[in-house]
Unconditional design. Structure first.
Length: 325
C-alpha cells in the first residue's frame, strides 16, 4: 500500500513540475488587472496605461488598469497584496508604498517583503534640489554655508512628513551636517512648487518630472541632482556627490509586483515581457516626456534592491523622527 501511495505522490510531483512551464506558455488566458494605488492621470497611472497596452498587444489579453488611490497608496497596495496569487492581478507601485511606508507606519495592513513578489523595476526618478531664483546661494556649497550661518532658520517645502522629498531633504541635512528650519508640507507638488516659485519658501527637493519645466523657464533654480551621475534632462546641474558630498544618492522608482505565491514561471514570463515593453521606442518616448530614467532589471536584482532601499529609508525615517499613526 505504501509503495502505491509513494508512487502516486511521485507521479503527482512530476506532473506538477511539468505543468509549471506550461503555465507560462499559456498565460494569460483571460484579462489581467493591474492595480494602481494612485489616481487617474498621475505619473504612475500614465505609465501603467502605456505599459499595460504593450502587454495587451503581446499577450492577446486585455490588461485592465484599476485605480485605487488613497491613504498614501495603502488602500490600493493592500488590495493587491490580498489578491489571488495566480498571475491575474499585478500592481504598479513604487518607493513610497514598498520602501518608505514599512518604516513610517506602525500598523501597515500589508508587508512588502511577505506579501509581494517583485517582478521588475521599470523607471528611476531623480530628485532635484531647487531654490527660488532670488535665493542668494548659487551652488550647493554656498547653500550649505548659508545654512550653517543660519541654523534652524531656513524652512523648506515638501508633500508631508515621511514623503520622499521630505526624507531626501533629511538625508541631505545629515550628509551635509546642517540643520534647516521647518518642513512645511503641502498637498502635492504643484502647491509646493508654487510656494517656492513665489518666494514664500526658499527651497525644496522635488522630482525631475515636476521641476524640469520650471527650471528651464527660470522660475526655479536647480542646484544639484540627487543621483550618482548627472541627469541627461539637466546635464548642467552637478550631483551632490560632485558638490563635495561623496556617496549621496537618492532615487525614486516605480516597478511591477505580483502577490506572493504567484507561480515562478508566470513571474518570469511577466518579467520578460515587461522588460521588452520598456524597450519599445514609444515607451522610451514616454519616459523622456516624464523625465524618467529607464531602469528595467531582473526579478532577482529588483528584490535585492528593495531590501537595500527599505533599510535606507527606514534609517532616514528614524533620523528625521517622522512617524504616522
Amino acid at each position: 500500500m505504501s509503495t502505491t501511495i509513494n508512487s502516486a505522490f511521485l507521479i503527482l510531483a512530476c506532473s506538477t513540475v511539468a505543468a509549471v512551464p506550461a503555465i507560462a506558455q499559456t498565460y494569460p488566458t483571460k484579462p489581467v488587472r493591474m492595480i494602481v494605488a494612485f489616481g487617474a492621470g498621475t505619473q504612475t497611472d500614465v505609465l501603467a496605461r502605456v505599459i499595460g497596452q504593450k502587454l495587451t498587444e503581446a499577450w492577446g489579453q486585455q490588461v485592465i488598469i484599476e485605480n485605487r488611490p488613497g491613504a498614501a497608496a495603502i488602500l490600493g497596495t493592500e488590495l493587491a497584496a490580498k489578491a489571488n496569487p495566480d498571475g491575474y492581478t499585478l500592481t504598479m507601485n513604487g518607493t513610497g508604498a514598498m520602501a518608505i511606508n514599512p518604516g513610517l507606519y506602525r500598523k501597515l495592513p500589508y508587508d512588502p517583503a511577505r506579501d509581494f513578489a517583485p517582478i521588475t523595476k521599470l523607471v528611476a526618478v531623480t530628485q532635484v534640489l531647487v531654490v527660488n531664483p532670488s535665493f542668494a546661494a548659487k551652488s550647493v556649497k554656498e547653500f550649505i554655508a548659508m545654512a550653517k550661518s543660519k541654523p534652524g532658520q531656513l524652512n523648506y517645502a515638501s508633500f508631508g512628513s515621511g514623503a520622499v522629498n521630505h526624507l531626501t531633504m533629511e538625508m541631505f541635512q545629515s550628509t551635509a551636517g546642517i540643520r534647516l528650519g521647518n518642513n512645511v508640507a503641502f498637498r502635492g507638488s504643484g502647491d509646493a512648487n508654487t510656494q517656492v516659485m513665489s518666494g514664500e519658501l526658499p527651497m525644496m527637493f522635488d522630482t525631475m518630472t515636476s521641476v524640469l519645466p520650471h527650471v528651464k523657464s527660470g522660475r526655479l533654480r536647480g542646484l544639484a541632482v540627487s543621483t550618482a551621475t548627472r541627469s541627461p534632462f539637466l546635464p548642467e546641474l552637478p550631483t551632490i556627490t560632485e558638490s563635495g558630498y561623496p556617496g549621496f544618492e537618492v532615487v525614486g522608482w516605480t516597478g511591477v509586483f505580483a502577490p506572493a505565491g504567484t507561480p515562478t514561471a508566470v513571474l518570469d514570463r511577466v518579467d520578460r515581457d515587461l522588460i521588452a515593453a520598456a524597450k519599445r521606442p514609444e515607451v522610451r518616448a514616454l519616459f523622456n516626456q516624464l523625465a524618467f530614467a529607464p531602469a528595467a532589471e531582473s526579478r532577482e536584482a529588483f528584490s535585492r534592491y528593495i531590501v537595500a532601499e527599505t533599510a535606507k529609508w527606514a534609517k532616514a525615517i528614524k533620523d528625521s523622527g517622522a512617524k504616522i499613526n
